[in-house]
Design a protein around this ligand. Structure first.
Ligand SMILES: Cc1cc2nc3c(=O)[nH]c(=O)nc-3n(C[C@H](O)[C@H](O)[C@H](O)COP(=O)(O)O)c2cc1C
Ligand SMILES: C=C(O[C@@H]1CC(C(=O)O)=C[C@@H](OP(=O)(O)O)[C@H]1O)C(=O)O
Length: 391
């Protein structure tokens, strides 16, 4: 299952087309809309979110609430488009006195994109490099999430750091499965701990008061996975690499760790690797810890998959950094426009969807892709075989 997506940040709408969708998958419009609402949420979001009310319109691939095996087209309208019809007109002449974006923001794609594509207006770059496109990606991911839910796999996320404010967890790679959606989604920063939530909000307030921006880290967790997804034999098979690629495909993501992550470099082998034991009740091999974050040899171990992702601070600052005016070649302040102060909680929702797509593909490779009934039958027989290997 893969998707393409298109649409400018201030154009009429965003579109995603999802291909290789198996037939017979039940899809809920309200579930997709709820994910879109989660992506719009989070303390520190800017004025744009009070304009947008993201909802999905599906125009192909689904009949009576179930997929029929054809590509699924999903559209999310940009309500802000009404304020941009002149500056973002698809056809016609450039309007008289059009203000071009010539003071590229350090940290955004403005300058390098303009150099690459030979334009004197960074708007041509920022309209696509903007993370507004993540609305289309989350809508598309709704299909992947339904696929996984049908196989008993759940993907969720939570924020564990904003700036200096950290949610300190006891054995997070094992205990994170106990956080409930209620704990996470009722927090204004999508952190399941009330005290840490308050500290994170204070960090965002501090950045805002200084007319600055702030980043943080979040975890993406997938539960209910079978062992063996992905592969050890080729570079392309390795799920670790595929997950890293997917997570780094999101704007502003600067680091990805699985399980203990960078900490493994400081520890001895005996403190890192997860001892193997037999669970005689559930007839399966399991581990006494999950420092690997559910991945070994490029494959899932069957324990929760836990990725921790770092997001850099938002590049648009209300106290702008220095830049160079591309018309005059003189020192200037970088563009200062409406912007988020912090978007870590929103980015975590986007990351859930990207992880979901990677997992769907791994399931399809092992268990088929044409219809859900065949995929489920193949998965059932795989699980039965695994049981015989641990009996
Ligand atoms: C959900 C989300 C919201 C974002 N909101 C803004 C924003 O309001 N203003 C801004 O300058 N950058 C914002 N960004 C970050 C930029 O899109 C990103 O830094 C830019 O595309 C450059 O990409 P890079 O950081 O991967 O180099 C946001 C990113 C995400 C994931
Ligand atoms: C619109 C969204 O995020 C946008 C991401 C973004 C950027 O530069 O990445 C810049 C801002 O856009 P605008 O200039 O229109 O306010 C954010 O609001 C969204 O997430 O829905």
């Amino acid at each position: 299952m893969r998707y393409v997506f298109a649409g400018e940040s201030h154009g009429p709408c965003l579109t995603a087309i999802v291909e290789d969708v198996p037939a017979g998958l039940r899809v809920s419009e309200s579930q997709i809309n709820s994910d879109l609402a989660r992506r719009q949420s989070g303390y520190g979001r800017g004025g744009r979110q009070s304009i947008e009310r993201d909802t999905v319109q599906v125009t192909s691939g689904i009949r009576f609430g179930k997929t029929i095996g054809s590509p699924v087209t999903l559209t999310v309208r940009n309500r802000d488009w009404e304020n941009w019809t002149d500056r973002m007109a698809v056809f016609g002449e450039e309007p008289e006195g059009l203000v071009r974006e010539v003071t590229p923001r350090p940290g955004h794609a403005d300058l390098v994109g303009a150099l690459k594509t030979n334009t004197d207006d960074c708007r041509n770059i920022l309209e696509r490099s903007s993370a507004r496109s993540t609305a289309a990606r989350v809508a598309a991911a709704g299909i992947a999430r339904e696929f996984l839910a049908d196989l008993g796999v759940e993907v969720f996320s939570y924020v564990n750091r904003i700036g200096e404010a950290e949610f300190r967890e006891e054995s997070p790679f094992v205990n994170c499965v106990n956080y409930t959606p209620l704990d996470i989604e009722t927090s204004e920063v999508r952190c399941p701990n009330a005290q840490a939530t308050r500290a994170m909000i204070a960090e965002i307030e501090r950045a805002k008061a200084e007319r600055d921006t702030i980043g943080g880290t979040f975890r993406v967790v997938a539960t209910g996975l079978v062992p063996g997804l992905g592969g050890y034999a080729t570079a392309d098979d390795r799920l670790t690499a595929r997950l890293g690629q997917a997570l780094f495909s999101i704007q502003a993501m600067k680091g990805v760790e699985f399980g203990m992550g960078f900490e493994v470099a400081r520890r001895l082998g005996s403190e890192v690797h997860d001892p193997i034991v037999l669970d005689r009740e559930r007839d399966c091999f399991t581990r006494t810890s999950n420092n690997a974050g559910g991945l070994e040899g490029g494959m899932t171990t069957g324990l929760p998959l836990v990725a921790t992702v770092a997001m850099k601070p938002i590049p648009t600052l209300m106290r702008p950094l220095a830049t160079v005016n591309m018309d005059t070649l003189e020192v200037a302040d970088a563009s200062k426009e409406r912007s988020d102060v912090c978007a870590v909680p929103a980015a975590a929702v986007v990351a859930e969807g990207e992880v979901a797509f990677v997992l769907v593909n791994a399931y399809q490779e092992m268990f088929g892709s044409s219809c859900m009934s065949d995929i489920k039958a193949n998965l059932k027989s795989y699980k039965a075989r695994l049981r015989t290997m641990s009996r």
